[in-house]
Design a protein around this ligand. Structure first.
Ligand code: PLP
Length: 437
């Protein structure tokens, strides 16, 4: 007997807050019943009612190669058969660390000398901040409005993603003392960066920045922004944490950093954070940087950081299998697929006279319902977000699952073939009409 999504949601709400284990999944901003997924393969996901959707969420990024890629699944099965978790060192975790480390290279420079594996992006950024504070002996953190770095207390000020979707200013439960240690400034505003350093420079441990913002919709840093940010921070003895949890190994073999060095010239953030793609769908994330900083971590140094499941062998196997297959051809395919989808959807919106801008960062894109391209969180919020619900549901009715929030990026994968792309493009005119009303 088929269980309906409605019944599953009712049951889930009885035992799980809001019926979900991560807020954006609840369809809060688009309305309707979340689809309860039971399987996924290639570019498609299947819900509990047997409906199949072309998926543009890709688990929010990890499924670079598509869902259940056979080599990745085989690697996971093989690793699982040898033991699910040892809580001890394994040979394979060094292989994954080295794969990540060696790929983050541009202009002959490799800014990551050492790397520590953790289990989630939240842990990676939280640990990177503790490390930056421990290494500099300073307390303050600078972040940008609309940037999301996971849900640790100090990072929930003006965060994007679910916070943006729910229109919350931050989170209850974060103490005033913690919030006071995070200084939030406007993105893409070097004047604001200079001002915050002029006022607090001696006590700023680090600036954390999404390599390219993708949790308030996609908003690329203006040319030279990341590079100037590093220069200013370094002038004041502060570190820069480049958060590549979402962009890392998705937009370019060397992450968004690699892509931007090609465009802007070399700049060297001090710490990097990764997640999503490096686990290929299993829980792995990482922080890395120069040895001189990373060696402040326990057991070498005084900055404590640990995890029962850190470097989990099954997740590491998925990460290795994924990164080994993240070839230049994979990126070329995703780049081209993303262009086709974005151009087709944009043309459909144009045909209906719906003001919009397609926001790009490498192969990541999102559509903002405003004529001019937004550069800051305030501009992102100044759009006809009400159009996204009908747009989303028209696509869903046609078997295409977009991210359930206008503030999220669209994720193409290596598995999005012509059939999947054509299904998306065929659905676009009706979706554009729905957005127009
Ligand atoms: N940093 C960025 C840029 C992210 O996009 C995310 C999640 O979307 C995180 C950190 C947090 O990662 P996780 O959800 O694995 O905790």
């Amino acid at each position: 007997m088929t269980t309906s999504n409605d019944d599953l949601f009712t049951a889930a709400r009885a035992s799980i807050p809001g019926g979900v284990n991560s807020p954006v999944r609840a369809y809060g901003s688009v309305g309707g019943t979340p689809r309860f997924l039971v399987s996924a393969s290639g570019p498609r996901v299947t819900d509990a009612e047997g409906n199949v959707y072309v998926d543009l969420v890709a688990s929010w990024g990890p499924a670079l190669l598509g869902h259940a890629e056979p080599h990745v699944v085989a690697a996971v099965q093989e690793a699982a058969a040898r033991g699910l978790s040892f809580g001890a060192s394994t040979p394979s975790e060094t292989v994954l660390a080295e794969l990540i480390r060696s790929r983050v290279s541009a202009a002959g420079v490799n800014p990551i000398e050492k790397l520590r594996l953790v289990s989630t992006g939240t842990e990676a950024t939280m640990s990177a901040i503790r490390l930056a504070r421990g290494a500099t002996g300073r307390e303050l953190l600078v972040k940008f409005a609309g940037h999301y770095h996971g849900h640790s207390d100090g990072l929930l000020a003006a965060a994007g993603s679910g916070i943006a979707t729910l229109a919350l200013p931050g989170s209850a439960g974060v103490t005033a003392a913690t919030a006071a240690q995070t200084l939030v400034i406007d993105y893409n505003d070097l004047g604001a960066v200079r001002t915050v350093f002029a006022e607090h420079g001696d006590n700023i441990a680090a600036v954390i920045v999404e390599a390219a913002a993708a949790n308030m919709g996609v908003v690329e840093p203006e040319p030279g922004f990341n590079r100037a940010l590093v220069e200013i921070a370094h002038e004041h003895g502060a570190l820069v944490i480049l958060d590549e949890v979402l962009t890392g190994f998705r937009v370019h073999p060397a992450g968004y950093w690699g892509l931007s060095v090609e465009r802007d010239g070399l700049y060297q953030p001090d710490l990097f954070t990764f997640g999503k793609v490096i686990g290929g769908g299993m829980p792995i994330a990482a922080l890395g940087g120069r040895a001189e900083i990373m060696d402040h971590l326990a057991p070498l140094g005084p900055v404590y950081q640990a995890g029962t499941l850190s470097g989990n062998p099954v997740a590491v196997a998925a990460g290795i299998a994924t990164l080994e297959r993240a070839t230049p051809e994979v990126y070329a395919h995703i780049d081209a697929a993303a262009r086709r989808v974005a151009e087709g959807v944009s043309a459909a919106l144009d045909a209906e006279g719906v003001a919009h801008s397609v926001q790009w960062a490498g192969n990541l894109f999102s559509i903002a319902f405003r004529a001019e391209s937004p550069r800051t969180y305030a501009e992102v919020q100044d759009q006809d977000a009400f159009r996204y619900g009908p747009f989303f549901h028209a696509f869903l009715d046609a078997g295409v699952a977009l991210p359930p929030s206008v503030f999220e990026a669209w994720f193409l994968t290596a598995a999005h073939d012509d059939a999947a792309i054509e299904q998306i493009l065929a659905a676009a005119p009706a979706a554009a009409r729905a957005a127009a009303t």
